[in-house]
Design a protein around this ligand. Structure first.
Ligand code: SF4
Length: 385
């Protein structure tokens, strides 16, 4: 049976002194409730109430935090497909980089996640419709889906698609693309690079090294006069700016597109952390480790506050050392459901009913259009795209 998944905080459930969070006019609560034991934080595993240290007096909730428009669009695309398709739906790669979201889609909707389209036929009951994740795909994956006769729903965030379009345009014009990223293995980087693999060099954002990442201080290019820089959408704003400065210093003719590739959600969530950090003793960041934007929030919180902890869910509060902590900042990645944040707040409120919750800032009001299903007969071969 397909079960509605609730990713948002219910309106009207606030208790005195508690702010309502995670809601914007464009994000109505979804359908019914998950069973109690599947709602993150609704029950705390043994031990989570024994958080070390004193009583927390005040929480500063970052605003905005959590789901961005691209994530909402992608999750809703999967939910809708799962409700309307006759067969179980397959998603290529994690639809967004959050374990709870993936678990809920698997267990609540019977969605399959694959890293290889060739395994789709092997899934129980098949999986003729494939949803591409919010991070985007390389043209080779799109072509493979067409060759396999799969119907597709492309849930790539439009802000990622914009970078793909830039990559194709500059490659056509004979430019070398310096694509700044935090990992050559990140799905978004793989997808963007795939648009023009022979013309693209992946450059590590300042502070990031690893296989497949060139160093901005030493990267070599075939023609310094025909060079453009593009970026992954979810990097540190400050480190990206510094990386571009280094490249611009080495290659004065470097073209920097007028509108930055870093997305609004990345910038806004980092700004909110910077605003709160001076007022708190500890920053809690709810994110999965493979969320690029979430891990950048964690690094920023550590740099600005000096004390930060990553949580997957409220269960991770067990053993967090709160010695000397009176005020806590909380933020979450663009792929983290807000009920996970509310569970952390509820945990501290249970320990201190007089807990003060401060939430300042603005919610975003951005929506992306729902992607449509493309039948195999409608898919264009690469040469015609
Ligand atoms: S974090 Fe930015 S690029 Fe990624 S899905 Fe959200 S809006 Fe799109």
């Amino acid at each position: 049976m397909k079960m509605p998944i609730r990713f948002f905080t219910d309106e009207g459930q606030s208790t005195p002194g508690e702010v309502q969070t995670g809601l914007t006019p464009r994000l109505p609560p979804e359908g019914g409730q998950l069973p109690l034991n599947r709602r993150a934080g609704a029950r705390f595993p043994a031990g989570t109430r024994s958080t070390l240290g004193g009583m927390i007096e005040r929480i500063h909730l970052a605003k905005p935090r959590g789901f961005c428009a691209g994530v909402v669009m992608a999750i809703q695309a999967v939910e809708k497909a799962a409700q309307t398709e006759a067969k179980p739906v397959t998603v290529y790669h994690s639809i967004v980089h959050n374990h709870t979201v993936v678990d809920r889609l698997e267990s609540g909707y019977g969605v399959h996640f694959v890293e290889d389209l060739d395994s789709v036929d092997a899934l129980p009951q098949g999986g003729e419709t494939v949803v591409f994740s919010a991070h985007g795909i390389s043209p080779a994956v799109r072509e493979r889906a067409r060759a396999l006769g799969l119907a597709t729903i492309d849930a790539t965030c439009p802000l990622v698609t914009k970078v793909h379009t830039e990559a194709k345009k500059y490659a056509r014009e004979g430019y070398t693309i310096l694509l700044i990223g935090d990992s050559a293995r990140h799905q978004e980087v793989i997808g963007t690079r795939g648009e023009a693999p022979d013309a693209t060099i992946v450059v590590g954002v300042l502070g990031k090294t690893g296989e497949g990442l060139a160093d901005p201080h030493t990267v070599q290019v075939p023609d310094p006069e025909r060079l453009v820089v593009l970026t992954q959408t979810t990097l540190s704003v400050d480190d990206t700016r510094r990386t571009i400065e280094i490249l611009k210093g080495r290659f004065p003719a470097l073209v920097v597109p007028p509108s930055e590739d870093l997305c609004y959600a990345t910038k806004n969530r980092q700004d909110a952390v910077k605003a709160i950090a001076p007022h708190v003793d500890l920053f809690l960041v709810l994110t999965s480790t493979h969320s690029s934007n979430g891990m950048r929030l964690l690094e920023l919180a550590e740099a600005e506050c000096g004390r930060s902890v990553r949580l997957e869910t409220a269960a991770d509060l067990a053993g967090v050392d709160l010695t000397g902590v009176r005020s806590v900042g909380i933020t979450s990645a663009a792929s983290t459901p807000d009920d996970l944040v509310q569970a952390v707040v509820a945990h501290f409120r249970a320990l201190n009913p007089a807990l003060e919750v401060v939430e300042e800032g603005e919610w975003e009001n951005i929506e992306f259009r729902e992607p449509r299903k493309i039948l195999p007969t409608q898919a264009l071969p690469r040469t015609m795209q």
